[in-house]
Design a protein around this ligand. Structure first.
Ligand code: 13P
Length: 248
């Protein structure tokens, strides 16, 4: 059985006091349940201090493709490791669309994360225009191929893939369980054609307006192995309910 894994992506939200309250609520409620919070860089030390020894791991939302050097404002994978990160999100659609990250750059970030021993959460997903023009699978395949070509299919044994249709992010419009399952099955099938064992073990999260109210119907789908949660990960009761629905 594949494990289910829910990760919260706090995006650019939070502050010391808010985070302390949120983490204090999550810790006892999720005891024994593996979950992840991806926090803004300045709060990694706080996450490490609050969560060490709990079943909740933490990570970042971005990483430099460079190991070190004159790259003002960038943060390297080894720096994330210094703060106990297990995971780092790469290729989030907001990074791709707002900051111009190409498939090639995302693949470099993925490689840099893995080289440092971090587990990348590789985000893929189509825009509304792409879905409506029938190229969802082609877009997702292109995004996956950039990483597979750079790092090899076996690298996915040490990664998580998150399918996040751009039109469902922060819009309140969740993909239906059938729409999500279909793309997840496509992703797994594409990888299985290259390596069946890797595909079988790969955790594929769904992200895009997941809430406590719709988590259960998504999590029971055979190729949905958890979620990448934005807005609802900032509300303790919502995130706890989503993690519990996945753990069932
Ligand atoms: P929402 O859950 O707020 O739609 O965000 C999803 C997301 O982008 C997680 O990475």
């Amino acid at each position: 059985m594949r494990k289910k894994l829910v990760a919260g992506n706090w995006k650019m939200h939070g502050g010391l006091a808010e985070n302390a309250a949120l983490l204090a609520a999550l810790k006892p409620a999720l005891a024994g349940i593996e979950a992840v919070v991806c926090v803004p860089f300045p709060y990694l030390a706080q996450a490490q201090a609050e969560l060490a020894g709990s079943s909740i791991t933490w990570g970042a939302q971005n990483v430099s493709e460079q190991a070190k050097g004159a790259f003002t404002g960038e943060v390297s994978a080894s720096m994330l490791l210094d703060f106990g990160c297990t995971y780092v999100i790469v290729g989030h659609s907001e990074r791709r669309s707002l900051y111009g990250e190409s498939d090639e750059l995302v693949a470099k970030k993925y490689l840099a994360a893995q080289a440092a021993g971090l587990t990348p959460i590789l985000c893929v997903g189509e825009s509304l225009a792409e879905r409506e023009s029938g190229v969802t699978e082609a877009v997702v395949a292109r995004q996956l191929d950039a990483v597979i070509n750079a790092a090899g299919v076996v690298s996915l044994a040490k990664a998580v893939v998150a399918y996040e249709p751009v039109w469902a992010i922060g819009t309140g419009k969740t993909a239906s369980q059938e729409q999500a399952q279909a793309v997840h099955a496509f992703i797994r099938g594409k990888i299985a054609a290259l390596d069946a064992d890797v595909a079988d073990q790969l955790v594929i999260q769904y992200g895009g307006s997941v809430k406590a109210a719709n988590a259960a119907e998504l999590m029971v789908q055979s190729d949905i192995d958890g979620g990448l949660i934005g807005g609802a990960s900032l509300v303790a009761d919502e995130f706890i309910a989503i993690c519990r629905a996945a753990a069932k």
